[in-house]
Design a protein around this ligand. Structure first.
Ligand code: PMP
Length: 435
């Protein structure tokens, strides 16, 4: 396999390191966990990324989830072009925000009212503030290895880049904030019940990634989400599903529709902006009516509901809504083909590793153990992961540069691209095991 030349990326990274902390604007992008230097991207279309040295890669990250249709679909480009001549920001209400809210409420089963923000982080930070205001309680429960953005309350046993870089409990979070975050093992309902008992009438919210993407892909155990729902109802706790990754991906209505479990609040991001910086939080009407100016819990945003971002997001959601009946089954079919092909590759090579999948999200863990929570996720051999990542990159496949991330399949991945991926997967597995 031909070795890529990445001299332009390397020289850009050298400059960037003098100018930006670690040379990047978001930590995992620096490739620290896998060695080597990050690749600087120039353009992308459909299933492929092109870097500054004109190398082409099959994209298995898709901007960490948003590009579910692959890169730059023509109709989203057109929607942005159409919005542009009317100016790029008003800081006043617009028609598109109303249309966006109608669509989100129609698509996401538990959402009755919604507030647009600019990122997933803003959505989760705001949602817990509202849950605290609504219940009059201070504490929240989160799960070890789940990532909910970089709000102070969530940087306790955090997954994603926080664990990749060895800082699950970030310095800079005050003791006061940290003591209001209780962490529990994912999939351990008994531990959640114990935690709730120990903090009787103090827990405002339980926040969870209903399918975890941020410690690698970890599905919920049978009955776990329903168990949380029942517990929250009994104890007057606000159940928040963080669907920043799973929303509009695992089904038209996200994980809550897929598993048939309704949270009180939902946080959204990624796909909702069609690639533009958009987030949202929503939920039951009585809870959302606590948000200013309807209620007393303050939350605001100069660029919230930005017209260009709304144009892209609306085009994306309309497309998913209108094509849901065929689009999700087809996305899942191609994802199943990739996962089954990887399992066949492992078997043929006599290797025993764990692959977790829910729909178009999946991860390989370099451990023979089942991965059901953060402790088992950490049994993966990270050195082997790093070798695998770099071998795949050399073969033109762009994976998430950390074990503690999921891959995201896009509808732009055709059978031929899936075959290209599987051939690279087999060759990389053989290469790193000297087979
Ligand atoms: N929640 C989840 C589940 C996420 O995966 C992420 C980001 N990967 C966030 C929240 C934060 O979103 P953002 O990066 O847009 O702030």
């Amino acid at each position: 396999m031909q070795k890529h030349t990445i001299s332009t990326s390397d020289s850009l990274f050298q400059r960037a390191q003098e100018l930006l902390p670690g040379g990047v604007n978001s930590p995992v992008r620096a490739f620290k966990a896998v060695g080597g230097h990050p690749i600087f991207m120039k353009s992308a279309k459909g299933a492929y990324l092109t870097d500054e040295d004109n190398n082409r890669y099959v994209d298995m990250i898709n901007s960490w989830g948003p590009m579910i249709l692959g890169h730059a679909p023509d109709f989203i480009e057109e929607a942005i072009r159409e919005a542009l001549p009317n100016s790029f920001s008003f800081g006043a209400p617009t028609r598109r925000e109303v249309e966006m809210a109608e669509l989100i409420i129609d698509m996401v089963p538990s959402v009755e009212k919604v507030r647009m923000v600019n990122s997933g982080t803003e959505a989760t930070m705001s949602a817990i503030r509202v849950a605290r205001g609504f219940t009059g309680r201070d504490k929240i429960i989160k799960f070890e290895g789940c990532y909910h953005g970089h709000g102070d309350s969530f940087l306790i046993s955090a997954g994603s880049g926080a664990i990749t870089l060895g800082v699950p409990d970030s310095p800079g979070v005050t003791k006061g904030v940290a003591q209001d975050t209780i962490t529990v093992a994912f999939n351990d309902l008994e531990a959640v019940k114990t935690a709730v008992d120990l903090a009787k009438n103090q827990v405002a919210a339980i926040i969870i990634e209903p399918v975890v993407g941020n410690m690698g892909l970890v599905p919920p155990a049978e009955g776990f989400l329903q168990g949380l729902r029942d517990l929250c109802t009994k104890e007057g706790i606000v159940l928040i599903f963080d669907e920043v990754m799973t929303g509009f991906r695992l089904s038209r209505g996200g994980a809550q529709e897929l598993f048939g479990v309704m949270p009180d609040m939902t946080t959204m991001g990624k796909i909702i902006g069609g690639g533009m910086p958009v987030g949202a939080y929503g939920g039951r009407r009585e809870i959302m009516d606590f948000v200013a100016p309807a209620g007393p819990v303050y939350q605001a945003g100069t660029l919230s509901g930005n017209p260009i971002a709304m144009a892209a997001g609306l085009a994306m959601l309309r497309h998913l809504n209108e094509n849901a009946a065929t689009l999700y089954p087809e996305l899942n079919r191609i994802s199943d083909k990739m996962v089954n092909g990887m399992k066949a590759n492992l078997q043929e090579l006599g290797l025993n590793y764990t692959i977790n999948q829910v729909g178009s999200m999946f991860s390989i863990f370099f451990t023979p153990q089942p991965v059901t929570d953060f402790t088992s996720a950490k049994t993966s051999d990270l050195t082997l992961f790093g070798k695998y990542f770099n071998s795949m990159l050399q073969k033109g496949i762009y994976l998430a540069p950390s074990q503690y991330e999921t891959l995201f399949v896009s509808t732009a991945i055709s059978d031929a691209v899936a075959d290209e991926y599987l051939a690279a997967n087999r060759a990389a597995l053989a290469e790193i095991h000297h087979l």
